[in-house]
Design a protein around this ligand. Structure first.
Ligand SMILES: Cc1cc2nc3c(=O)[nH]c(=O)nc-3n(C[C@H](O)[C@H](O)[C@H](O)COP(=O)(O)OP(=O)(O)OC[C@H]3O[C@@H](n4cnc5c(N)ncnc54)[C@H](O)[C@@H]3O)c2cc1C
Length: 323
């Protein structure tokens, strides 16, 4: 398998393009150039309007679109069959996916069907002989591990904030409609219950005010919500306070929560554990409020307030409201 390198995306949430797709495309483009192969983008299911523009910006040679009713929504069996059918025809050497929740189900199964290696949690990829060297996060994001995969590989890429979003040489991208026979595919995995998300999504928020255990008790999460509202943003949370039910899991930021990339991320009473920072380190500006001047979060923050968030949050809300 050596014709091209494929970035594969499928219907994810409201706009269909996974957050961080551009960072993964940047990585994919670098690898494709090193291997001297085309970078193609396989879109499974409805094709979001912005795909063609993003593809051209990142030097994608072909946008290959497979549309089939079976590819609407979260249907892993159909997605796996579509990737398998496409790869049988087009023989890409490497398939990269943004590591969304669905990709975690789909990528390893695709690799097994293609007889390819698989690495998840990738944050960097280099060409290596006939295969690739992949840097991946390990132990919940605390450390890095290097893998060398000989031959073809399916790689789940964490749209890590550390990945650059640099545009490649723009190209004229050809769009192709690809048909894959999914008539024999039926779903064996069913989603029984899914959190219904109404209104804006945390991943798309420009301003996030997030609270952690430093808020002391659940009632104080309201201070986070109040400042978020005053700033026209959304409320985020660290995992422990979600686990304790102070707010619901749609607000959780981090490795096992949402990967956000706001213009402003204000973290109140959050220590800065690596698993949390994965979800917010891509913020353009990070502000931290913490009583502990040595808290890890201050290593990431551009602005820090050493102080009690129970005093600082209401004061900021008042100031924002012009009070
Ligand atoms: C596999 C795995 C996945 C994980 N995924 C996630 C994830 O997705 N998201 C996530 O958040 N965590 C995740 N975690 C948990 C993570 O390791 C941390 O335990 C967690 O982020 C800590 O949350 P915290 O900062 O709110 O609490 P703490 O670590 O308890 O920190 C509280 C902070 O508040 C400060 N503070 C105390 N009082 C005040 C005050 N009055 N004013 C201001 N500051 C104050 C303290 O100095 C401290 O720094 C994961 C862990 C593992 C092992």
């Amino acid at each position: 398998m050596s014709n091209a390198l494929v970035y594969c995306s499928f219907d994810q949430g409201r706009d269909g393009v996974p957050a961080g797709a551009e960072e993964v495309l940047t990585l994919a483009r670098k690898l494709a150039a090193a291997r001297g192969v085309d970078l193609d983008w396989l879109v499974l299911g409805a094709k979001p309007a912005q795909v063609d523009a993003i593809a051209a910006k990142h030097g994608v040679a072909h946008v290959d679109h497979v549309d089939d009713a079976k590819l609407s929504g979260s249907q892993p069996d159909a997605l796996v069959a579509a990737v398998q059918g496409y790869c049988a025809e087009h023989q890409p050497g490497f398939v990269l996916m943004t590591q969304t929740f669905d990709a975690r189900l789909v990528a390893p199964r695709c690799a097994a069907r293609l007889g390819a290696g698989v690495v998840m949690n990738a944050v960097d990829i280099e060409g290596k002989d006939s295969g690739v060297q992949v840097t991946a996060t390990a132990y919940g994001g605390d450390t890095r591990v290097e893998y060398v995969v000989d031959g073809a590989a399916v790689i789940g890429v964490v749209a890590d904030p550390l990945l650059p979003e640099a545009a490649s040489e723009p190209s004229s991208t050809e769009s192709r409609s690809i048909s894959v026979d999914l008539s024999g595919t039926s779903e064996r995995i069913r989603t029984v219950q899914e959190a219904s998300i109404e209104g804006p999504r945390l991943e798309e928020a420009q301003v996030i005010v997030a609270g952690g255990r430093g808020l002391q008790e659940s009632e104080n999460f309201k201070m986070v919500e109040d400042l978020a509202e005053a700033l026209g943003g959304m409320a985020g949370a660290s995992r422990p306070i979600v686990d304790d039910g102070w707010t619901d899991s749609s607000h959780q930021v981090g490795l096992t929560g949402k990967i956000t990339r706001p213009v402003l991320y204000l973290a109140a009473g959050i220590s800065g554990a690596s698993q949390h920072m994965v979800g917010c380190a891509a913020a353009k500006t990070l502000v931290a409020i913490n009583t502990d001047a040595d808290a890890a979060i201050f290593k990431y923050a551009q602005y820090g307030i050493v102080g009690d968030c129970l005093e600082v949050l209401p004061a900021l809300t008042k100031a924002v409201k012009g009070g």
